[in-house]
Write a protein that binds this ligand. Structure first.
Ligand code: DP6
Length: 362
């Protein structure tokens, strides 16, 4: 186990000058899903994801000497320029968890300004981009104040570890292209505590993958991911699911090395449907797919059968469809999306996204 606790990371408040750091961090799409956790944000099975390019959060963290000591932390949080006190509680909880690692969190006044590239109401989970952006900012602040994170690899690993404590999937957003979180015998260096870049064993075709995010509903989810993870604890299929996820990750790694797009696509679709089957088999059971999601799945499978193009779908913990395909078929797929899938989207809205280069410090 890594122990990042460090009681020495305290500032001399009187000498503290103001500072500011900004990170842009993307969302990611898991192909083998993280669904079920234990202990302090540890996954029940390993997961692998593609880092996106366009769906991202930009977070600016400003710090200065603290003046108000009424609360445990002094945090002002702004979302798209507006103060959001409801989020300040969530960030306080996150900071509380981080206190042994970053005791300076309670010595400083924090102003956190955040914005997403996608509309708030798009129904896209934003915890991965939001928590990874915040974790990256905190690591940059550590380095500015103490000069203790100059090594890039150590920086990324710590950012991933901190992001995980905020939201499991966020641990994977720290890296470009492909990332694995959770210990797996087939991925050297993989860990339950932080994600790693998965880059050496990937056929180049997978780095050209598109993810068209088709917005089926903008309604807030009836059951949050965090509650969904919890329900896995009583799910009668849990043990076999965790075994299956391990095996699928192993198989996916083989396919990604060989460039076997078809097998990759099969695993992606099987995982998406398994995730939702697990929700339906929870107690209480629940359903996040909508008629539009099912209609799109049917059309995608029919289009694939007719054209033989490698086009597949995935789902997150919501009704939106992620359409996955390599760059080489974009010219055939775009007209299909526009004529057959976009009309099923809310207000015809979909996000053109693809395998991205990871976070960027601005
Ligand atoms: C279905 O990372 O949102 O997207 O750790 O409770 O914040 P918390 O959950 P979260 O769960 C993501 C679940 C998923 C699959 C995945 O991204 O692997």
């Amino acid at each position: 186990m890594i122990d990042y606790s460090n009681p020495k990371l305290l500032v001399e408040s009187a000498k503290l000058s103001k500072g500011q750091v900004t990170w842009k961090s993307p969302s990611n799409l898991a192909i083998v899903k993280y669904w079920g956790k234990h202990g302090i944000q540890l996954p029940r099975n390993p997961s692998i994801s593609m880092t996106l390019n366009n769906a991202h959060t930009i977070t600016r963290v400003s710090y200065e000497a603290r003046t108000d000591f009424e609360r445990l932390f002094e945090i002002d949080f702004m979302f798209h320029g507006e103060r959001m006190e409801s989020f300040e509680g969530k960030i306080s909880k996150f900071f509380e968890q981080l206190l042994p690692i970053y005791p300076f969190l309670k010595q400083v006044k924090w102003t956190i300004e955040s914005e997403n590239s996608f509309p708030h109401s798009a129904g896209i989970a934003s915890s991965a981009s939001a928590m990874s952006a915040l974790a990256l900012c905190l690591c940059s602040v550590e380095d500015e104040l103490f000069g203790t994170l100059s090594d890039d690899k150590a920086f990324d690993q710590k950012a991933s570890y901190l992001a995980r404590l905020g939201s499991g999937s966020a641990s994977r957003s720290v890296y470009s292209k492909w990332s694995v979180w959770g210990q797996s015998g087939s991925v050297e260096g993989s860990s339950d505590e932080f994600a790693i870049a998965y880059d050496t064993m990937v056929h180049p075709v997978f780095n050209t993958f598109h993810d068209d995010i088709l917005i089926v509903s903008r309604a807030e989810k009836s059951v949050s991911s965090t509650a969904g993870h919890q329900l896995m604890e009583g799910n009668p299929f849990a043990a076999v699911r965790y075994q299956q996820a391990n095996k699928r990750l192993e198989d996916l790694c083989v396919s990604m090395k060989k460039g076997d797009v078809e097998h990759f696509g099969k695993i992606a679709e099987d995982e998406a449907l398994t995730l939702h089957a697990l929700m339906m088999a929870s107690n209480p059971s629940y359903l996040l797919v909508e008629p539009g999601s099912i209609e799109m799945i049917k059309r995608i499978r029919a289009f694939r059968a007719d054209t033989k193009h490698p086009v597949y779908f995935s789902l997150d913990a919501g009704p939106n469809i992620h359409l996955l395909y390599p760059e080489e078929v974009v010219h055939a797929v775009r007209p299909f999306v526009e004529s057959e899938l976009a009309p099923l989207c809310v207000d015809g809205f979909w996000i053109n996204d693809w395998c991205g280069d990871g976070p960027e410090q601005l």
